[in-house]
Design a protein around this ligand. Sequence first.
Ligand code: IMP
Ligand code: MG
Length: 176
Amino acid sequence: MVDPKLRVLISAEKIQIRIRELGAQISRDYPTGQLQLICILKGACFFLTDLARAMQRDVSIDFMGISTYGKGTSSSGEVKVTKDLDISLEGADVLIVEDIVDTGVTLNYLMHLLDQRKPHSIRIAALLDKPERRLRPIHVNYVGFQIPDEFVVGYGLDYAEKYRNLDDICVLDGSS
Ligand code: IMP
Ligand code: MG
C-alpha cells in the first residue's frame, strides 16, 4: 500500500523481533499453570496471534470488544463493551493483550471490570504506549514500544477502520 500520508515509525521486522522478546519474557514469568490471554478487539488481534506463537508455553485465548474511539482520532472518553468474554475468569491468571495505551481510560475501566470477576492475577501486555497522553493511572506490565504523541495506524491499528492490515506501524500525517 503506497500512501503519501503514511510514514513508517516501526518496521514489521522490528515489531516481530520485539514480540519474540516479549513472548520469551512472559513465558519465563509464568513458568507453570494455565495462562488466559484476553485480546482486546479489534486492534490487538494481530499482536495477539504473533505474541501467542512467540510463547514457549500453553495459552488459552478469548476475545473482548471494547470501544472508546468514534471514527476520528480523539477519544470520546466513553467506554463500551461491545463483546463480552465467553469464559469465566475466576481463579485464572489473566493477561490482557492490547494494541496501544493512550489516555489509559480504556484499560483503567477494563481492569476494574475484570477484577470483579475474581481472577487469581491480571497483567497487561500492550504493544504500544503513549505515556505523554495519560489521563488515568495504569500499570502496563509488558510494553512493546513507547512512542511519541502521534496518531499511528497499521498492524491492527486503524483510522476509521482503515489501515489495519499494514505490516508496519505508521504515523498517519494530518490526521489530528
Ligand atoms: P485510551 O483509552 O485512550 O488509552 O485508548 C485506547 C484505545 O484507543 C486503543 O485501544 C486504540 O483502539 C485507540 N487508540 C489510541 N491511540 C491510537 C492511535 O494512535 N492509533 C489508533 N488507535 C489509537
Ligand atoms: Mg483498541
